[in-house]
Design a protein around this ligand. Structure first.
Ligand SMILES: [Ca+2]
Ligand SMILES: [Ca+2]
Length: 207
């Protein structure tokens, strides 16, 4: 990169040096008397301009740093996730290492100022796939068998999201809670017994 500070400083000092070498016809005589060696003067000018440039650079650095930091200090638009959470799109995700029932998992999310994850897109599903073999997500068909609802009240778009092979199957006398599977030959959403113990995924959005 040509804009590297040192290279620009060198160019500038060279220019000043060249300029100093041009004779000043009016004061030539007096000048040579006051400063007997023009070469020494040349070196002094170079050193002085280099010093000045360094000072300027320092001031610029501080000013830039302040300018960059200011908006984040003011707060508001900065987007970051709590430590240990993952960021994707405009959401933060917590993936538990423990295993709990669907209800206990949801409770944990609420305590973290979040809720079980609502999967809104195939991209979001793809992002969350692979972290665990099975993790609770925020969908249930408790209210009406076969009608899957997210914890935010929206309906699960059954056709758009990927279900694991043959799911939902309502096995074991009805499975009313949803999890996300990443197992060999069994990848995608699945309905499962709410009382089973799974890992879980919490989500909180920036806005
Ligand atoms: Ca979501
Ligand atoms: Ca199932």
């Amino acid at each position: 990169m040509e804009s590297f500070p040192h290279s620009s400083a060198c160019d500038l000092t060279a220019e000043i040096g060249d300029y100093q070498q041009f004779p000043n016809p009016g004061a030539e005589h007096a000048a040579t008397e006051r400063t007997p060696k023009p070469k020494l003067r040349h070196v002094r000018v170079v050193l002085l301009s280099f010093g000045l440039l360094c000072v300027l650079q320092g001031i610029l650095n501080v000013a830039l740093r302040l300018a960059v930091r200011e908006p984040t200090d003011a707060g508001g638009t900065e987007q970051s996730c709590p430590q240990g959470w993952l960021m994707f799109g405009s959401s933060c995700y917590y993936i538990s290492s423990q295993r709990r029932s669907w209800d206990a998992s949801r409770q944990d999310c609420v305590q973290r100022d979040a809720d079980l994850v609502v999967i809104n897109s195939t991209q979001e599903q793809a992002f969350l796939t692979g972290f665990t073999m099975a993790a609770w997500v925020g969908m249930t068909d408790r209210e009406e068998e076969g009608t899957w609802i997210w914890v935010d009240g929206t309906r699960v778009d059954k056709d758009r999201l990927q279900w694991a092979r043959g799911q939902p199957d309502g096995a074991f006398g009805g499975e009313d809670c949803g999890d996300l599977r990443t197992m060999i030959d069994f990848i995608g959403l699945n309905d499962f017994m709410c009382s089973a113990r799974n890992q879980w995924i919490c989500e909180k959005t920036f806005w």
